[in-house]
Ligand binder design. Structure first.
Ligand code: NAD
Length: 466
């Protein structure tokens, strides 16, 4: 039984939870699960640990963060195997996620926000100090359970906050292993990891002793978090959904970009917030792109993440599987499915990579976030038109522009209203570069200087000089 971390102790909690392997659709492990009193103990522990942790210097906290990085690295293979078991992703990608998590702790351990003298005049000296906020609730989804948790923990802990982490109930195990590692390293209460049955997020984000919520998940849940947080005016970072456009310009070589677009749309079985979710091709290249993507979809190896041949794993859970299948059925009625369009004839939550063409712009697959390996391909006639269509979305997370003339591609990228636009590449995320959404894709940023600032309050000391 995998255990939770509360106040420095590994505990079973008041209840338990079965975790399903998406390859089989069957439970394969059990873990401890919190009820309300466990959550209260976790928040109280984080509150009690806060003054001591906040009082440490950046260098002292860095020692702990590096020890966490070492601890995760030592158990890296075990964590990666478990991540593939619970999430379904190919093992190579799970190993990469573990490596990225280790790197996140190391990167944030090396950061320091020194006090800044902003006024130094004959009569006045003003200094900005950057202070931790307090207890942070870190709430994460099931698509990248480990790296999304690690980035939140590393930034929150480096800046001197204490944390109650709550992973998604369908992928809690890799987060619990991070808790196990932390139990032997961090002072009691600095990090608490609890599991719920999708029932404690509201309580956690409304809790009066939680000063900040850092949340990654869907836009719908993000709105609930904002409502819950309003009661005590909590600080918020919300990393929410996306419906990213990929725009191919008319000078692209279709054979060259099609594999990159396919990967951008189907990496992690399409369960990526910044996946390419709507593909726009110039009309003259539309047929060629649809054919190339269909060929790639038909030849992609879909299967168990533990099989080294697998490129695309299953959908992570039954609810998401049903949602993606529903979008496929809706698309079948109004568009043309040129590849896939069906579940695989085997247990588990497998969907054949699917390419759909000839959809109207108001199709659900174009308007909504599919979060699965289903690619709508749309034709356009001129740049002004495609920009208007790409920007006509309540989402604004990221996007890509593909073209041989890089200056022109950058000009187009500059007109896309999202937090990030990649030109001739995708998924290039770095800890030193801010990431986050505009419009309903989120509030605030993670990573980069902006990401660190999300975990501090500016404390101004203004001194009269004699
Ligand atoms: P979700 O919103 O259903 O769940 C996310 C987390 O919120 C889970 O831990 C869940 O238990 C918790 N939760 C549920 N109800 C809550 C409540 N009332 N208050 C607080 N927390 C609550 O999201 P999901 O389905 O797990 O993840 C998929 C979504 O996440 C997609 O929309 C995707 O685009 C988004 N996402 C965004 C980013 C980003 O960086 N912007 C990254 C990954 C995923």
């Amino acid at each position: 039984m995998y255990q939770m971390l509360i106040d420095g102790e590994l505990v079973d909690g008041s209840a338990s939870l079965d975790v399903v392997n998406p390859v089989t659709g069957q439970a394969f492990a059990t873990c401890g699960r919190a009820e309300e009193d466990d959550l209260q103990r976790a928040v109280a522990a984080a509150r009690n640990a806060f003054p001591g942790w906040a009082a440490l210097s950046w260098t002292e906290r860095a020692v702990y963060l590096n020890a966490l990085a070492d601890g995760i690295e030592e158990r890296g293979e075990e964590i990666a195997q478990l991540l593939t078991d619970e999430q379904g992703k190919p093992l190579g990608q799970a190993r990469f996620e573990v490596g990225a998590s280790v790197a996140a702790f190391r990167y944030f351990s090396a950061q320091e926000m020194l006090p800044r003298v902003v006024v130094d005049e004959p009569t006045s000296r003003v200094i900005e100090h950057y202070r931790p906020i307090g207890v942070v609730a870190a709430i994460t989804p099931w698509n990248f359970p480990l790296i999304l948790l690690s980035v939140k923990l590393a930034a929150a802990l480096a800046t001197g906050n204490t944390v109650v982490a709550k992973p998604a109930p369908t992928t809690p195990l890799s987060s619990l292993l991070v808790g196990e590692v932390a139990a032997a390293i961090l002072p009691a209460g600095v990090l608490n990891v609890i599991v719920d049955a999708n029932d404690l997020g509201g309580l956690l984000s409304a809790h009066p002793d939680v000063a900040k919520v850092t949340f990654t998940g869907s836009t719908a849940t993000g709105k609930k978090v904002m409502q819950s947080a309003a009661s005590s005016l909590k600080r918020l970072t919300l990393e929410l959904g996306g419906n990213d456009a990929a725009i191919l310009l008319d000078d692209v070589d279709v054979d060259e970009v099609a594999p990159q677009i396919f990967n951008a749309a189907t990496f992690n079985a399409g369960q990526v917030c910044m996946a390419a979710k709507r593909i726009y091709a110039p009309r003259a290249k539309y047929d060629a792109l649809c054919d190339a993507l269909a060929n790639l979809a038909n030849s992609a190896v879909v299967g168990d993440g533990h099989d080294p041949a697998t490129a695309i794993g299953p959908i992570q859970n039954q609810m998401q599987f049903d949602k993606v299948m529903d979008l496929i059925e809706d698309s079948r009625r109004i568009g043309t499915i040129v590849a896939g369009g069906r579940r695989l004839n085997r247990p588990g939550f497998f969907i054949a990579p699917t390419v759909v063409r000839d959809l109207p712009d108001d199709a659900r697959l174009v308007q909504e976030e599919q979060f699965g390996p289903v690619i709508p391909v749309l034709a356009y006639d001129d740049i002004e038109e495609v920009l208007e269509r790409a920007n006509d979305s309540e989402f604004g997370l990221a996007g890509t522009v593909w073209g041989k003339d890089v200056d022109r591609a950058v000009e187009v990228a500059m007109r896309i209203r999202t937090g990030t636009v990649w030109v001739n590449k995708h998924l290039d995320l770095r800890f030193d570069v801010a990431f986050g959404g505009v419009k309903q894709s989120g509030i605030g940023r993670e990573q980069g200087d902006d990401g660190l600032r999300e975990f501090v309050e500016t404390h101004v000391v203004s001194i009269a000089k004699a």
